[in-house]
Design a protein around this ligand. Structure first.
Ligand SMILES: Cc1cc2nc3c(=O)[nH]c(=O)nc-3n(C[C@H](O)[C@H](O)[C@H](O)COP(=O)(O)OP(=O)(O)OC[C@H]3O[C@@H](n4cnc5c(N)ncnc54)[C@H](O)[C@@H]3O)c2cc1C
Ligand code: SF4
Length: 530
């Protein structure tokens, strides 16, 4: 089922249909909610600003995907970070499946300790983690991760055998007294559906040309009830429309032709990603309805770096995907001092040589491309602190091609963030040296690939934009289920947590649907009347 997408729904007059649920955004949050709510018998419309992944040879072309930006949208996000004096425009990828299309497949659970500042506990989320692992068909082995949280079930599939580059890292880490283990991974190695992964070199950062990565299109959308779900691509959510304390419609723009649409539903779920959802809610004037003043703030993205070492031999001559090893030994080492996790170290592939050549220093590009074959890298993912000043805002001056204000992002790390990252980098250095590496170089990661936190959930309306059920406090029928809800970033990659939480929220919506769609906001700040 290459490029599996739900059967095209019967032609719908979108503007004349009132759906039970309208979801904005088709990433892990929105796609998972669409899966769960359509299977619960609700009529769901999912709108996504991007088109479907092409799944042709170009999807595995380093230049097309990483340099030319085949999936980049035309709407900029102005990013000001690392002390820079002004914003620099970035153009996020826009595609059905969201960032799941490009993700590396690492599917880890947060630890019970990561929930200390959340309004829910690990125990609340645990059953949904198990469901999320089943939905994403995660391959892993319970019991190997030295700080693994309690589990009610094993992994759906055993991990694939280690490749030679991953084996090299595992042996070096073990020699240093660490406890490397298989990264739980959402890739179809077991071959329980077609096609099976062929372990190519262009996985993390790329769409899977053959559809073997367990992204949202191949899992949540493929398993949703096609009779109850309409996925409409290339439709951009412009504004949420409120009347009498309820959300009644979404104003949207059909990107092919520019037609303005008014879409109606009984309940609305926003899942445009931590930057996209904040921008949509700010455009809709929801900051004025947010008693906490946190909407758009506390943007987190982990504090990440790639530690690369040059080896005296080709490190991956067979060009296989070797994102297979994870190290969590020091995960809890700063908990008492910082109140956070330290983070994790993961094996990762070098970008293809043509990308290294293009990005290498002028005059040394050929040398950079040749040495790329002799480099092996480890990814360091450190927890970062939530800070109110790290925020998504709307530009007062600039409009995009759809006449909507451009979103700006402001982000600076704390000293504690960079200290945690540097601690992980030191361990990664030791591992790579022990594995035979000779000269090392650190590359700091400045993307927002792990963006979370801009609509945090909290116990009371003055502490966060969302209730513990991820409902926007001011409205009975408006929910947010992408990474925005996270009060802290934790020390592991976010996708499995976003998926598990979307399943949790969908279960609550399913249970309370009648009350939620009848209630009026005045009566509902705090506990919903049932
Ligand atoms: C290269 C890469 C590798 C990664 N690897 C991993 C990994 O191995 N493990 C892991 O756990 N995480 C990984 N991540 C992070 C992970 O992919 C994200 O945390 C996760 O996908 C975010 O899901 P989301 O639902 O919050 O939002 P998104 O995936 O951002 O989805 C939001 C969707 O909403 C759409 N949208 C936004 N605004 C609008 C609008 N106004 N109208 C209509 N549609 C809209 C967007 O186009 C997008 O499709 C990786 C990310 C990248 C980029
Ligand atoms: S490694 Fe497997 S899942 Fe990843 S892109 Fe290649 S074939 Fe697809």
């Amino acid at each position: 089922m290459t490029g599996a997408r739900p059967q095209p729904p019967p032609p719908l007059d979108l503007e004349r249909t009132e759906f039970d649920v309208l979801i904005v955004g088709s990433g892990f949050g929105g796609g998972t909610a669409a899966y769960a709510l359509s299977r619960a018998g609700l009529k769901v419309l999912l709108v996504e600003r991007g088109g479907w992944p092409a799944r042709d040879d170009t999807d595995w072309n380093g230049r097309a995907i990483l340099l030319d930006g085949r999936y980049r949208g035309e709407t900029p996000v102005g990013v000001r970070q690392s002390g820079a004096p002004a914003e620099v425009d970035t153009f996020p990828n826009e595609v059905v499946g969201g960032n799941s299309i490009f993700f590396g497949g690492a599917a880890l659970r947060l630890r019970a300790t990561d929930f200390a500042r959340w309004p829910i506990t690990y125990t609340d989320l645990e059953p949904h983690y198990a469901q999320a692992e089943a939905l994403l068909e995660v391959h892993g082995r319970a019991g190997d991760d030295p700080c693994e949280p309690p589990r009610s079930a094993g992994y759906p599939h055993a991990p694939a055998p280690l490749t030679a580059p991953a084996q090299r890292i595992a042996e070096a880490a073990r020699a240093l007294g660490l406890h490397p283990f298989h990264i739980p991974i959402a890739i179809n190695h077991a071959g329980t559906r077609e096609p099976k992964c062929v372990n190519c070199f262009t996985c993390d950062g790329f769409p899977c040309r053959i559809g073997a990565k367990n992204d949202v299109t191949q899992t949540a959308l493929a398993k949703a009830d096609p009779a109850n779900l309409a996925v409409v691509a290339r439709v951009l959510a412009a504004r949420i429309v409120e009347r009498d304390g309820r959300v009644v419609a979404l104003e949207a723009i059909d990107r092919d032709g520019g037609r303005r649409l008014t879409l109606r539903a009984r309940l609305f779920v926003i899942a445009g990603g931590a930057i996209g959802s904040a921008a949509l809610m700010l455009r809709s004037g929801l900051a004025a309805r947010d008693a906490s003043g946190t909407l758009g703030r506390n943007l987190m993205r982990h504090c990440n770096a790639m530690m690369g070492y040059l080896f005296p031999f080709r490190t991956n001559p067979e060009h296989v995907n070797h994102k297979q090893i994870c190290i969590t030994d020091d995960y809890e080492s700063v908990r008492a001092a910082d109140g956070t996790a330290l983070g994790v170290i993961q094996d990762m592939c070098m970008p293809p040589a043509e990308v290294v050549r293009a990005l290498g220093p002028r005059g040394f590009r050929w040398a950079a491309a040749v040495s790329a074959e002799r480099i092996q890298t480890l990814l360091c993912v450190a927890e970062d602190d939530a800070q109110a000043a790290n925020a998504v805002t709307l530009s007062a001056e600039r409009k995009d091609a759809f006449d909507l204000p451009v979103a700006n992002v402001r982000h600076e790390y704390t000293q504690a963030d960079t200290r945690r990252r540097d601690t992980l980098v030191r361990t990664a250095r030791r591992v790579l040296r022990r594995a035979g590496g000779m000269i090392g170089k650190v590359r700091l990661i400045d993307s927002f690939s792990h963006a979370v936190g801009t609509a945090r959930m909290a116990v009371t309306p003055d502490a966060g934009a969302l209730s513990p059920d991820c409902r926007v406090w001011a409205f009975p029928n408006l929910f947010v289920v992408d990474g925005s809800f996270m009060p802290t970033s934790g020390g592991v990659n976010p996708s499995l947590t976003i998926t598990a939480n979307a399943l949790r929220v969908a279960a609550q919506i399913r249970q309370d649907f009648g009350a939620l769609t009848l209630a009026h906001s005045g009566a509902t700040v705090g506990k919903l009347p049932v």
